[in-house]
Design a binder for this molecule. Structure first.
Ligand SMILES: O=C(O)CCC(=O)C(=O)O
Ligand SMILES: [Fe+2]
Length: 192
């Protein structure tokens, strides 16, 4: 498969795993059955509540700290377990947790960051499944500043692996062109 990054990491875009009808069924199910919460984050030492909603699920009630806030994983729903299995079969990797993000419109996004918290397996694969509105996704090398991008389609899978989080940042840019909701699931491996 084609690597979206030119060096220092591996990102594969698998495209759509589901047709529109099936993707919509998952999207509706996730809207209704996930325990969505507004996210608290500490930015420049100040506690803020994001518009974006989040949820955190896993094999065990793992604690996970990012942006200086700690969350405890909820037990898997039936649909999340199905989606985890599909990601594992497609990628040949295994995952034990999932962070979900819900963006109400294009005006909500996620700033430049990398996913290398101490609880995460070093160089572990992260599988990203997207439902709802299609959005652009960007990568930027931490040293050279080189960029790469792709579109995350409804029902699509993207995988980041190898040293990607060490060398590259990623972001979901806000956009005025999108007026509908999007849900993203990132399956991860927690080690402590
Ligand atoms: O919504 C996305 O596609 C990206 C989410 C993300 O980068 C994250 O949850 O760490
Ligand atoms: Fe991320």
């Amino acid at each position: 498969m084609h690597n979206l990054l030119p060096y220092d990491g591996i990102v594969y875009y698998y495209g759509k795993l589901f047709d529109t009808k099936i993707a919509n069924v998952y999207f509706q199910n996730l809207l209704e059955h996930i325990s969505w919460r507004n996210d608290a984050a500490v930015i420049f030492g100040k506690k803020i509540i994001t518009k974006r909603k989040v949820a955190w699920y896993g094999d065990a009630p793992f604690e996970y700290t990012y942006s200086s806030t700690t969350k405890r994983a909820l037990p898997w729903t039936k649909e999340l377990l199905q989606l985890k299995k599909i990601c594992e079969e497609q990628t040949g990797e295994t995952f034990n947790s999932c962070l979900l993000n819900r963006y109400h419109t294009g005006e909500e996004g996620m700033a430049w960051h990398c996913d290398e918290e101490r609880e995460l397996k070093k160089n572990g694969a992260i599988a990203s499944l997207s439902f709802g509105a299609e959005r652009k996704f960007l990568f930027k090398h931490k040293v050279t500043g080189e960029k790469a991008d792709c579109f995350l389609e409804q029902g699509s899978l993207l995988v980041m692996k190898g040293p990607t989080q060490t060398y590259w940042l990623h972001r979901l840019p806000p956009t005025k062109k999108v007026h509908t909701e999007r849900i993203n699931l990132t399956f991860r491996t927690i080690v402590r």
